[in-house]
Design a protein. Structure first.
Length: 637
C-alpha cells in the first residue's frame, strides 16, 4: 500500500505506536562529572589517542547484545583531544567528581515543567556504549523525574522519565574499520526526555517533538544551535517490536520516516508469514556458507576482482527456501537484500559503493555474468527454491559478513528484530546497530546517591516560567502579532521582555519586535550576538525610554554593539552624536521628496519611497514620526 494514501484508520489497524527520546544539552559552565569547561571547539585538536573497545559482563554476568555486535566490527577508534576541555576523567583514569549541582537544578526544573514526580534521591548508573562515542565505554546517567505529561491537542502525551546524563563525542568520520571522534562535546550535561508510545499517527510525531522542544527552550536553560539537540524516534506496530530511528536531525523528516518504518515492519511481518507458509521457522531455517572464490578467478566484476587480487575470498550463502524473498520490497527503493547489506556494511565493515553484496534474486550486474551466477549457485548446492547471497573481501571481514547474512535471514523468521536504524532525508532508514538491552545499565559504584530536599524543590518551583502555550496566549492579549508571539514564547529573552514592559513601560509590540525580529536580523549579519547580555539590552531600552535615542535608534545601537562590542553608553553616544542639525535634516527631506515626485506618480507611493530613503540614510538618528511629518509637509499632503 502507498503510505501517502493511508488514513488514520489504516495506521490504527497496523497498531502504529511511537514514542520519542529527546536529548537536549543544558546551559552550564562546567561538564557533568568533572570541572572542564562545557564549550565546543572549532580549532585543531592538540592530540590524538587510538583505542579499541571490548565488551565486559554486566553485574548479572551476561553480555549486552549491542556490545557484542560492536566488538565484531573491530574498529580502530581515534579520539581528537583538547588539553583545556578534556581531562583524565573522560578516559576513566580519574574517578568522577561530585555531580554538577547546577546541572541537577536544571534537570529538576525541566522535570517540573514536564509535570514529573521528582525522585527523592539521585542514583548514578552506568550505561554501556561500545560504539566508541564514549572513550570509557559507558555513560553516566541518572533519573530525575518520572510519570509526567504534556498537553497535546485534545489529550496528553505521557512522559516516562526525565534523565540527566553526559553527552557523547561528535563523530568526525567513519569508514571501514576506522572511526574518528571529536571530544569537545564529551561529558557536556544534557537532559533526556522519554515519552510513552502515545503517538498514534506519523503526522503527530513532529508535532509532539516540537511541543517538547518548545517547552525545553522556553526555560532558557538549554543550549541552542547545531548539535545541541538530538531526537530518537521509537516505532512499532502490532505483532512487531520496538525499532529506534537514531538521531533524526530535523522535525521535517519525522513524518516520512515513521510512515516508512511502519510499512517496513508490515513488509517484514508479511515476509515472515510467507516463510512460515513455506515451512521455514527458527528451528528449520538453514543457511550454509561456501567458498566460491574459484568461480570468479577470471571475473569482469571489478569489486570481486580487487578482493581476490588482495588475497581475499568470495563466499556464497545459501538460504534455503528464500527464493524471491530477497527482492521483496521493504522500503521505497529498497528490498530485503538491503537489510542484509546494512548488516554487512556496519558489522563486517565492508563498504563497496554502490553495493556490498550480490544475490540470485536479481539480474547479474557490475560485470557479473549469468554463467558466473549459475556456477556460484551450483557451488552452493542451491535448489530452485533457494536464494544465494555473494559477499567478498578479506578473509576475516567476509567471514563475518557471511555469518551476519545468516543471522539477519534467521531473524526474519521471528519478524522484526530489535535494532537501531540510521535515518535518511528521503524517509528511508538503514541498519545502525542492535538495540541495546537492559543488561547494558548497572549502578555506578564510584558515585554516591544525592538526596533531593524539599527546600531545594520549593526554591526551583518558585523559578518556573509559564508553559510556552500560556505565555504565547498572554502575548496575543498584549497585541503582539502571532509569529512574533510564537517565537518570543520560547526565546531566552522572554524574561527580559517582561522586565522591559513592566519596569520601563516599553510598548509590548515594539519590545517584542526588537527582541525577536531585530535580534534575528543581527544574528544573520553579526554571528553570534549572544555576547549581548540582558543587562546591556536593558540599558539600550532605558536610553530609549529616557529619550536619549529614538525607537529607530535602538536598532542602530544594537547593530553597533554586535559589530563592535564595547560599553553600551559609548554606542548610545555615537548614535546621539550623529543626529543631523535641523537645516541638514530639512535639506535631506527636500531632496528625498523631490526625487519621489520625479520618479513616481501621484499617491502614497511617493511618501513611502521618500520615507524609505530617509530612514535608511538616517539609520535611527531621528524619530520616524518626526521624519514622517516633515515628508508629508514637503509633499504637500
Amino acid at each position: 500500500m502507498d503510505d501517502r494514501w493511508m488514513s488514520d484508520a489504516d495506521f490504527a489497524r497496523l497498531g502504529f505506536k511511537c514514542g520519542l527520546e529527546i536529548h537536549h544539552q543544558i546551559r552550564t559552565e562546567q561538564k557533568l562529572f568533572c570541572r572542564c569547561p562545557a564549550i565546543l571547539r572549532r580549532d585543531a585538536p592538540h592530540a590524538r589517542v587510538l583505542r579499541h573497545m571490548r565488551p565486559t559482563m554486566s553485574e548479572l554476568g551476561v553480555y549486552d547484545g549491542t556490545a557484542l555486535m560492536e566488538f565484531k566490527t573491530r574498529k580502530n577508534v581515534t579520539y581528537q583531544l583538547y588539553r583545556d576541555t578534556v581531562c583524565t576523567y573522560e578516559f576513566d583514569d580519574t574517578p568522577p567528581f561530585p555531580v554538577n549541582q547546577e546541572a541537577v537544578d536544571i534537570g529538576i526544573h525541566v522535570a517540573m515543567m514536564l509535570n514529573c514526580s521528582i525522585v527523592d534521591e539521585l542514583h548514578v548508573s552506568r550505561k554501556q556504549y561500545l560504539d566508541g562515542s564514549i572513550p570509557t565505554g559507558f555513560q553516566r546517567t541518572m533519573i530525575i523525574g518520572v510519570g509526567g505529561h504534556i498537553p497535546y491537542r485534545d489529550r496528553q502525551v505521557g512522559i516516562i522519565q526525565l534523565g540527566l546524563e553526559e553527552d557523547a563525542c561528535r563523530q568526525v568520520s567513519n569508514r571501514g574499520h576506522d572511526i574518528t571522534f571529536k571530544t569537545d562535546r564529551l561529558s557536556i550535561p544534557l537532559v533526556e526526555v522519554v515519552t510513552q508510545p502515545d503517538i498514534r499517527h506519523p503526522r503527530e510525531v513532529p508535532e509532539v517533538a516540537n511541543a517538547i522542544g518548545r517547552l525545553l527552550r522556553s526555560t532558557g536553560l538549554v543550549r541552542r544551535g547545531d548539535g545541541s539537540v538530538r531526537q530518537d524516534v521509537n516505532v512499532s506496530i502490532t505483532g512487531g517490536t520496538r525499532v529506534e530511528i537514531k538521531g533524526v536531525p530535523k522535525l521535517g523528516w519525522m513524518e516520512a520516516l515513521t510512515r516508512t518504518e511502519a510499512l517496513r515492519q508490515k513488509a517484514l511481518l508479511d515476509l515472515r508469514e510467507e516463510l512460515l507458509r513455506r515451512g521455514v521457522d527458527k528451528d528449520s531455517f538453514k543457511g550454509d556458507i561456501t567458498d566460491c572464490s574459484s568461480v570468479f578467478r577470471s571475473t569482469a566484476c571489478e569489486f570481486i576482482m580487487k578482493a581476490l587480487e588482495a588475497g581475499g575470498k568470495v563466499l556464497g550463502v545459501r538460504l534455503e527456501k528464500f527464493k524471491g524473498i530477497l527482492s521483496a520490497p521493504t522500503q521505497p527503493g529498497r528490498n530485503f537484500a538491503s537489510e542484509l547489506a546494512g548488516r554487512v556494511r556496519v558489522i563486517a565493515c565492508i563498504e563497496y559503493d554502490p553495493v556490498n553484496l550480490l544475490h540470485s534474486d536479481e539480474p547479474p550486474r557490475l560485470g557479473l555474468t549469468e554463467e558466473e551466477m549459475r556456477r556460484a549457485i551450483r557451488a552452493c548446492k542451491a535448489g530452485p527454491e533457494d536464494a544465494v547471497v555473494l559477499v567478498w573481501g578479506n578473509m576475516q571481514d567476509v567471514t563475518t559478513a557471511a555469518q551476519e547474512v545468516c543471522i539477519r535471514a534467521l531473524e526474519l523468521t521471528a519478524g522484526i528484530p530489535n535494532e537501531t536504524r540510521q535515518p535518511f532525508p528521503d524517509g528511508t532508514t538503514d541498519f545502525e546497530r542492535i538495540l541495546p538491552g537492559p543488561d547494558r545499565m548497572y549502578p555506578d559504584t564510584d558515585s554516591p546517591p544525592y538526596v533531593i530536599t524539599g527546600e531545594r524543590l520549593e526554591r526551583i518551583r518558585r523559578q518556573l516560567r509559564e508553559p510556552p502555550r500560556e505565555r504565547e496566549e498572554r502575548y496575543h492579549r498584549m497585541g503582539i502579532p502571532g509569529p512574533v508571539a510564537f517565537q518570543l514564547a520560547i526565546d531566552q529573552r522572554a524574561v527580559l521582555f517582561d522586565r522591559l514592559v513592566k519596569e520601563l513601560d516599553i510598548p509590548p509590540v515594539f519590545a517584542a519586535a526588537a527582541l525577536v525580529e531585530k535580534m534575528k536580523a543581527l544574528e544573520r549579519r553579526y554571528k553570534p550576538v549572544d555576547q549581548l547580555s540582558d543587562e546591556q539590552l536593558y540599558e539600550v531600552f532605558r536610553a530609549c525610554r529616557d529619550g536619549r535615542i529614538t525607537r529607530e535608534g535602538v536598532g542602530a545601537v544594537l547593530a553597533g554593539l554586535s559589530e563592535r562590542p564595547g560599553p553600551v553608553d559609548m554606542r548610545i553616544r555615537e548614535v546621539e552624536g550623529q543626529k543631523p542639525d535641523r537645516r541638514t535634516l530639512e535639506a535631506m527631506v527636500r531632496g528625498a521628496a523631490q526625487k519621489a515626485r520625479t520618479d513616481l506618480p501621484e499617491g502614497r507611493r511617493r511618501f513611502q519611497a521618500a520615507m524609505g530613503t530617509l530612514m535608511h540614510d538616517l539609520r535611527g538618528r531621528v524619530a520616524g514620526a518626526e521624519v514622517a511629518d516633515m515628508v508629508k509637509a514637503a509633499l504637500g499632503r
